[in-house]
Design a protein around this ligand. Structure first.
Ligand code: OGA
Ligand code: NI
Length: 364
């Protein structure tokens, strides 16, 4: 999450989805109704054999050499072919997962006036509201968001850390430090899966930027007309997503032009490769487009942690991963610049990454 944009943004009236739902449970204002091509067609319910890969973290951290090796191979396949995987046995206490979920849910259940003490200003991405809205005619997501910068402390806006629920801030601190450790470890194993030195990303990233976004999707009387969250790829290096217990299936990823639903696994964390890793690996590991859909009766909560290099980091495909068969596909740029570009544009599939693409001329 980069600094706030300085240009003024006119976004028109943005309905708070929870309030809308309370006042008029069956009304879908025009601004939420998607154009035909964007509407969530029924996602293909694929058999379990094609569900997103599962990575058993304990095999990486404490497995015997055979287990370790086979899990690294699983990780390679997951990153190359899916860009998404679910991590089981991640070593984060279940009680902590429950606590963060509880404070997040309690926050969303507060009266609107209370939540509005922490407003997301138009064009910015921290606070309570809807992020990525930049114009009056842009379609809105069926979602309320609460987002905060966490690390390093200079990206925090202390005024946005809520007083209620009382345990919110401490719980977020504890949770974030555990998720940070998980990201550091995963990046170590991802480096190894690419045949690189295990500390290469840690060294490159400096003091990694970490932000959290809690997404609350109220039920929607017409889930066929709206989207919970517009299609996008994440600008991060890695994203860790916790899906609320008992939430409806909501996350979908685009694979072979089909939206594949991610079936929640109890206590697992969903991890995905962000744009930054796609660039660093010259496209070998993909940042896959994803979106969220809503449910007629059930609400859904998700907690996303974005982990990225510090803003000073210079990024570009790693020379070790380039050769005559893998010509460089992305230019070099400064990560702060990319973050700014990301948060000042609406979510639109993988378009944001055009920022870094180089056209390859195959004619020569
Ligand atoms: C996100 C995201 C998906 C979800 O916050 O970037 O993709 O299921 N969330 O809420
Ligand atoms: Ni995302």
């Amino acid at each position: 999450m980069a600094p706030a944009p300085i240009f003024p943004v006119k976004v028109g009236h943005i309905d708070d989805v929870q309030e809308l739902r309370k006042a008029k449970p069956t009304t879908i204002p025009e601004r939420f109704v998607r154009d035909l091509t964007e509407r969530p067609t029924i996602a293909t319910a694929l058999s379990s054999a094609t569900d997103i890969p599962i990575i058993n973290f304990s095999k990486l951290i404490e497995g015997n050499p055979d287990e370790f090796h086979s899990e690294i191979l699983n990780l390679t396949t997951a990153c190359e072919q899916w860009g998404f995987f679910q991590v089981i046995n991640h070593k984060i206490d279940l009680s902590l997962l429950e606590s963060i979920e509880k404070v997040a849910k309690d926050f969303f259940m507060l009266p609107l006036e209370e939540k509005q003490k922490y407003p997301m200003a138009p064009g910015t991405v921290q606070g309570y509201g809807q992020a990525f809205v930049f114009s009056e005619n842009q379609k809105l997501d069926w979602c309320n968001m609460f987002a905060l910068g966490v690390e390093p402390h200079c990206i925090r806006n202390p005024k946005l850390w809520p007083a209620e629920p009382a345990e919110f801030s401490q719980t977020l601190e504890n949770y974030s430090s555990k998720v940070r450790k998980l990201c550091e470890n995963l990046l170590k194993y991802i480096a190894m899966s690419l045949g690189l030195k295990c500390d290469v990303f840690e060294k490159m990233f400096g003091v990694a930027v970490q932000a959290v976004r809690m997404n609350y999707y109220p039920p929607c009387s017409r889930p066929d007309l709206v989207l919970g969250l517009s299609p996008h790829s994440d600008g991060s290096a890695l994203t860790v997503l916790q899906q609320g217990k008992g939430s409806s299936v909501g996350l979908q990823i685009l694979k072979n032009n089909t939206w594949v639903p991610v079936q929640p696994i109890a206590n697992a964390l969903v991890v995905n490769i962000g744009d930054t890793m796609e660039v660093l690996t010259n496209g070998r590991y993909k940042s896959v487009e994803h979106r969220a859909v809503t449910h007629r009766e059930k609400d859904r909560l998700s907690i996303a942690t974005f982990y990225a290099p510090d803003y000073e980091t210079e990024l570009g495909p790693m020379p070790e991963l380039l050769d005559e068969n893998n010509p460089c596909k992305y230019r070099r740029y400064n990560h702060g610049e990319y973050s700014k570009h990301y948060v000042t544009n609406k979510l639109q599939g993988k378009k944001t990454l055009d920022f870094a693409k180089i056209e390859i001329d195959y004619s020569t």
